[in-house]
Ligand binder design. Structure first.
Ligand SMILES: Nc1ncnc2c1ncn2[C@@H]1O[C@H](COP(=O)(O)OP(=O)(O)O)[C@@H](O)[C@H]1O
Ligand SMILES: [Mg+2]
Length: 147
Protein backbone atom coordinates (compact mmCIF):
# COMPACT_ATOMS: atom_id res chain seq x y z
CA UNK A 1 0.00 0.00 0.00
CA UNK A 2 1.24 3.50 -0.80
CA UNK A 3 1.82 5.68 2.24
CA UNK A 4 -0.53 8.53 2.97
CA UNK A 5 1.50 11.73 2.95
CA UNK A 6 0.77 15.17 4.42
CA UNK A 7 2.60 18.46 4.68
CA UNK A 8 1.92 20.27 7.95
CA UNK A 9 2.89 23.92 8.37
CA UNK A 10 2.25 24.27 12.09
CA UNK A 11 2.28 22.37 15.34
CA UNK A 12 -1.48 22.91 15.48
CA UNK A 13 -1.99 21.27 12.06
CA UNK A 14 0.09 18.26 13.07
CA UNK A 15 -1.93 17.88 16.24
CA UNK A 16 -5.20 18.15 14.31
CA UNK A 17 -4.08 15.61 11.75
CA UNK A 18 -3.28 13.20 14.56
CA UNK A 19 -6.63 13.88 16.21
CA UNK A 20 -8.38 12.95 12.96
CA UNK A 21 -6.18 9.91 12.48
CA UNK A 22 -7.09 8.68 15.98
CA UNK A 23 -10.45 7.67 14.51
CA UNK A 24 -8.64 4.78 12.81
CA UNK A 25 -7.54 3.41 16.16
CA UNK A 26 -9.28 0.70 18.05
CA UNK A 27 -8.55 -1.55 20.99
CA UNK A 28 -5.26 -3.28 20.32
CA UNK A 29 -3.88 -0.65 17.93
CA UNK A 30 -0.19 0.16 18.00
CA UNK A 31 1.22 3.39 16.59
CA UNK A 32 4.97 3.52 15.92
CA UNK A 33 6.30 7.08 15.67
CA UNK A 34 9.65 7.67 14.03
CA UNK A 35 11.64 10.70 12.93
CA UNK A 36 14.47 12.82 14.32
CA UNK A 37 14.46 14.88 17.50
CA UNK A 38 12.06 17.80 17.13
CA UNK A 39 10.23 16.23 14.18
CA UNK A 40 6.94 16.33 16.07
CA UNK A 41 6.44 12.83 17.46
CA UNK A 42 5.25 14.11 20.81
CA UNK A 43 2.98 16.65 19.12
CA UNK A 44 1.49 13.84 17.05
CA UNK A 45 1.14 11.64 20.14
CA UNK A 46 -0.69 14.51 21.89
CA UNK A 47 -3.12 14.76 18.98
CA UNK A 48 -3.76 11.02 19.10
CA UNK A 49 -4.50 11.24 22.83
CA UNK A 50 -6.88 14.18 22.30
CA UNK A 51 -8.59 12.22 19.54
CA UNK A 52 -8.93 9.30 21.93
CA UNK A 53 -10.63 11.55 24.47
CA UNK A 54 -7.77 12.21 26.89
CA UNK A 55 -7.71 15.91 27.83
CA UNK A 56 -4.76 15.98 30.24
CA UNK A 57 -1.09 16.74 29.74
CA UNK A 58 0.75 14.65 27.17
CA UNK A 59 4.51 15.00 27.36
CA UNK A 60 7.27 12.54 26.71
CA UNK A 61 7.74 10.11 29.56
CA UNK A 62 11.09 11.02 31.08
CA UNK A 63 11.90 9.04 34.21
CA UNK A 64 9.77 6.12 33.18
CA UNK A 65 9.56 4.76 29.67
CA UNK A 66 5.77 4.76 29.69
CA UNK A 67 3.01 7.18 30.62
CA UNK A 68 -0.47 5.75 30.95
CA UNK A 69 -3.48 7.92 30.20
CA UNK A 70 -7.14 7.15 30.34
CA UNK A 71 -9.13 8.25 27.32
CA UNK A 72 -11.82 6.22 25.60
CA UNK A 73 -9.25 3.46 25.97
CA UNK A 74 -6.23 3.02 28.12
CA UNK A 75 -3.32 4.68 26.30
CA UNK A 76 0.30 3.58 26.77
CA UNK A 77 2.60 6.41 25.66
CA UNK A 78 6.13 5.08 25.35
CA UNK A 79 9.28 7.08 24.60
CA UNK A 80 12.43 5.11 23.81
CA UNK A 81 14.69 8.12 23.23
CA UNK A 82 17.01 7.17 26.07
CA UNK A 83 17.35 3.45 25.53
CA UNK A 84 20.57 2.16 24.05
CA UNK A 85 19.55 -1.44 23.58
CA UNK A 86 16.41 -3.52 23.63
CA UNK A 87 17.27 -5.12 27.02
CA UNK A 88 16.22 -1.84 28.58
CA UNK A 89 12.56 -2.53 27.88
CA UNK A 90 12.71 -5.92 29.60
CA UNK A 91 10.72 -4.56 32.56
CA UNK A 92 7.77 -3.65 30.36
CA UNK A 93 5.05 -6.23 29.88
CA UNK A 94 5.32 -7.19 26.20
CA UNK A 95 1.69 -8.33 25.98
CA UNK A 96 0.36 -4.99 27.18
CA UNK A 97 2.93 -3.07 25.19
CA UNK A 98 2.47 -4.76 21.83
CA UNK A 99 -1.06 -6.16 22.10
CA UNK A 100 -2.59 -3.52 24.34
CA UNK A 101 -5.93 -3.61 26.05
CA UNK A 102 -6.31 -0.10 24.62
CA UNK A 103 -3.79 1.67 22.38
CA UNK A 104 0.01 1.90 22.48
CA UNK A 105 1.93 4.85 21.03
CA UNK A 106 5.72 4.46 20.78
CA UNK A 107 8.13 7.33 20.06
CA UNK A 108 11.51 6.26 18.62
CA UNK A 109 9.89 2.95 17.66
CA UNK A 110 12.69 2.19 15.16
CA UNK A 111 14.86 1.25 18.15
CA UNK A 112 12.73 -1.86 18.65
CA UNK A 113 11.69 -2.33 15.04
CA UNK A 114 12.44 -6.06 15.13
CA UNK A 115 10.21 -6.59 18.18
CA UNK A 116 7.13 -4.82 16.87
CA UNK A 117 4.07 -6.88 15.98
CA UNK A 118 3.14 -7.34 12.31
CA UNK A 119 0.02 -5.18 12.55
CA UNK A 120 0.81 -1.55 13.34
CA UNK A 121 0.67 1.98 12.02
CA UNK A 122 4.01 3.61 11.27
CA UNK A 123 4.10 7.40 11.32
CA UNK A 124 7.22 9.00 9.89
CA UNK A 125 7.75 12.71 10.58
CA UNK A 126 10.38 14.63 8.72
CA UNK A 127 11.59 18.23 9.01
CA UNK A 128 10.73 20.16 5.85
CA UNK A 129 11.37 23.72 7.03
CA UNK A 130 11.18 25.70 10.24
CA UNK A 131 7.52 24.95 10.90
CA UNK A 132 6.98 22.44 8.14
CA UNK A 133 6.84 18.71 8.63
CA UNK A 134 6.22 15.95 6.13
CA UNK A 135 4.13 13.26 7.76
CA UNK A 136 3.79 9.85 6.18
CA UNK A 137 1.55 7.07 7.39
CA UNK A 138 2.34 3.46 6.55
CA UNK A 139 0.12 0.47 7.22
CA UNK A 140 2.13 -2.29 8.95
CA UNK A 141 5.12 -2.60 6.61
CA UNK A 142 8.20 -0.78 7.85
CA UNK A 143 9.58 1.19 4.87
CA UNK A 144 13.19 0.51 3.89
CA UNK A 145 14.02 4.20 3.78
CA UNK A 146 13.44 4.61 7.54
CA UNK A 147 15.77 3.61 10.38
N1 LIG B 1 4.44 21.55 11.65
C1 LIG B 1 4.85 21.20 12.88
N2 LIG B 1 4.44 20.05 13.43
C2 LIG B 1 4.87 19.67 14.64
N3 LIG B 1 5.73 20.36 15.41
C3 LIG B 1 6.18 21.53 14.91
C4 LIG B 1 5.77 21.98 13.63
N4 LIG B 1 6.37 23.19 13.39
C5 LIG B 1 7.12 23.44 14.46
N5 LIG B 1 7.02 22.45 15.39
C6 LIG B 1 7.76 22.43 16.66
O1 LIG B 1 8.65 21.31 16.63
C7 LIG B 1 8.75 20.75 17.93
C8 LIG B 1 8.35 19.29 17.90
O2 LIG B 1 8.65 18.76 19.15
P1 LIG B 1 8.30 17.30 19.60
O3 LIG B 1 6.91 16.93 19.20
O4 LIG B 1 8.65 17.22 21.05
O5 LIG B 1 9.34 16.45 18.73
P2 LIG B 1 9.83 14.95 18.96
O6 LIG B 1 8.91 14.29 19.94
O7 LIG B 1 9.76 14.32 17.58
O8 LIG B 1 11.25 15.05 19.44
C9 LIG B 1 7.86 21.57 18.84
O9 LIG B 1 8.66 22.54 19.47
C10 LIG B 1 6.88 22.22 17.86
O10 LIG B 1 6.38 23.45 18.32
MG1 LIG C 1 9.19 13.31 21.80
Amino acid sequence: MEPISFLSDSEQKTQELAEDFARELQKGSLVALTGQLGAGKTVFARGLCRGLGFEGIVSSPSYTLVNIYKGRFRINHVDLYRIENTDEIADLDPDELFYPEGVTIIEWAEKIKQMLPARKWIIYLELAGKNKRRIEIFDSVWPDKIG
